[in-house]
Design a protein around this ligand. Structure first.
Ligand SMILES: Cc1cc2nc3c(=O)[nH]c(=O)nc-3n(C[C@H](O)[C@H](O)[C@H](O)COP(=O)(O)O)c2cc1C
Length: 145
């Protein structure tokens, strides 16, 4: 069966409250059931998320997320068939914040620590998300399956 990877970037809506723990519980419940995996990074202003799984399931989740009032200006950066998952053990990892380590990870792959979604290289963004997943505390890991 096909495996699809979708990447988007969005802006947090400051007038809506964001309970990260509740969000991750929702992700765990829904994504695990649909064999979806991925990583979500929230730097305080923006979200970057990669979702991987079946084409139909990825598409359905993306459309649901895109209607969520907690963010806006959602920009689809990539959506394509892939051979292998990048985040097979994460039903959805959530990395929050922009501390020194996070900034250094950004600077490892980008020329500045500000992501411009119009010009960002998606492969570099995926490298950032993969390195950020390594930074996540083990207790945040949601084993898949
Ligand atoms: C930035 C962002 C990322 C999200 N990622 C997911 C996700 O990976 N999986 C998911 O089920 N819901 C995700 N949501 C929440 C969905 O928009 C929606 O609220 C949720 O899927 C509804 O699930 P429920 O009907 O089980 O409450 C995300 C929301 C935001 C704002």
């Amino acid at each position: 069966m096909n495996l699809t990877r979708l990447v988007y970037y969005s802006q947090r809506n400051p007038s809506e409250s964001m309970d990260a723990q509740a969000l991750i519980e929702t992700c765990k419940r829904n994504n695990g059931r649909m064999n979806l995996t991925g990583m979500l990074h929230y730097n305080g202003d923006h979200f970057m998320q990669v979702i991987e799984g079946g084409r139909v399931e990825v598409s359905a989740l993306y459309h649901r997320i895109a209607r969520d009032p907690r963010h806006s200006n959602i920009i689809l950066l990539a959506c394509s068939d892939v051979r292998e998952r990048m985040f097979p053990t994460w039903s959805m990892g959530l990395h929050q914040g922009m501390d020194d380590r996070t900034q250094n990870i950004y600077l490892r792959y980008f020329s500045t620590d500000v992501v411009n979604p119009e010009t960002v290289n998606v492969e570099s963004l995926l490298d950032v998300l993969q390195d950020l997943s390594v930074e996540l505390a083990p207790q945040l890991r949601i084993d898949h399956g």
